[in-house]
Write a protein that binds this ligand. Sequence first.
Ligand SMILES: *[C@@H]1O[C@H](CO)[C@@H](O)[C@H](O)[C@H]1NC(C)=O
Ligand SMILES: *[C@@H]1O[C@H](CO)[C@@H](O)[C@H](O)[C@H]1NC(C)=O
Ligand SMILES: *[C@@H]1O[C@H](CO)[C@@H](O)[C@H](O)[C@H]1NC(C)=O
Length: 387
Amino acid sequence: MHSRILPMEESKDGFVTSRTNQSRVPHRMLQFLVLFLVICVTFSLVSVYLIRHFGAQNIVAATGLKTNIFQCVEEPKTSLAQWTKPPSNLLHSMSDKELFWLASLVPRRKEYPFTRVPKIAFMFLTKGPLPLAPLWERFFSGHDRQYSIYIHSLPSFVPNFPASSVFYKRQIPSEVSEWGKMSMCDAERRLLANALLDMSNEWFVLLSESCIPLYNFSVIYHYIKNSKYSFIGAFDDPGPFGRGRYNYMMAPEVEITHWRKGSQWFEINRKLAVNIVEDTTFYPKFTDFCKPACYVDEHYFPTMLTIRAPNLLANRSITWTDWSRGGAHPATFGRGDITEDFMKRIYEGGECFYNDRNSSVCNLFARKFAPSTLEPLLLLAPKFLGF
Ligand SMILES: *[C@@H]1O[C@H](CO)[C@@H](O)[C@H](O)[C@H]1NC(C)=O
Ligand SMILES: *[C@@H]1O[C@H](CO)[C@@H](O)[C@H](O)[C@H]1NC(C)=O
Ligand SMILES: *[C@@H]1O[C@H](CO)[C@@H](O)[C@H](O)[C@H]1NC(C)=O
């Protein structure tokens, strides 16, 4: 029996003990709860009061919360200028795929909510050095807000422009490109894509190291700015070197009636530049079915843009080239060629359409000039080039 009672008593005692505990705990908890409630109410009242009187931002700042929240974020983008400013360093680690995607982003609103000075992007497609750089330096001098420069060179080339040069740190990540092959168009697309990242760039001019300007900066800027059309050579050549290079496997994306030919040295506006960078429709067709003796750099952009935006094209180039000596390559001029008569001959060139009217100003740039022409060109520049 003992053994029975004891547990009972124990259990009884335990019951009693637990009862007394139960009645004590709620009392303490209640005290805490009330205290907690009082703190909460006080805090919210104070907050409401402060927010009414000072605004949320200031309180965050005053209590030091802001610095804690944003400390881990590098340079917060708090103004539109910070969102739209071009990259400070042209060297990046993006692949072409990533870069072209980024460059194809286009604002849907037509009007800019800030003052935008439209710039010309001068894109130099080179092997490496720019032997005529001193002439270009003089050309660009005094027009800082109206242009930007991009250089695509052989990846092995190490530039050594001084910090004072307009070409300093203007190299973009480059890859080997070969004439007549898709790698050449890839290089041009890379130049366009990098230049598109600067929202101020409105016009895009492709040049080589052997190109020279034929007028001063103001004349060239206004000629391009006031043109209704972009300048890219695009003509329908029925012969073996034109339509003869067309491959019927390109249809239906590219029909033979669309097939165009033109020199690679173009000037295009921002819309056409985006058309080129965003293209995934025609690119595979040209990659697969336009291989030498189909020289893709003579056909891809003229044909593609003729399909995408025919009414924006002037169908002519603004880069003067001398084919009169015949052969597969245009003439290259050396030191001895640069005379006053020669310069006159370039300008007397001919007639063309500018904004649907006859014009005698047809070419803004000329090629191909050897490094040895630098000295005579600098001497003749004030009289003929206007700078
Ligand atoms: C640029 O050239 C044009 C025409 O030759 C001339 O009228 C103008 O004054 C020149 N501008 C500058 C800034 O030299
Ligand atoms: C350029 O050619 C396209 C067709 O290929 C045509 O629609 C357009 O009007 C031409 N541009 C000019 C300025 O004549
Ligand atoms: C424009 O040039 C064409 C030849 O290219 C010529 O036939 C025409 O008469 C010229 N028009 C004017 C108004 O000068």
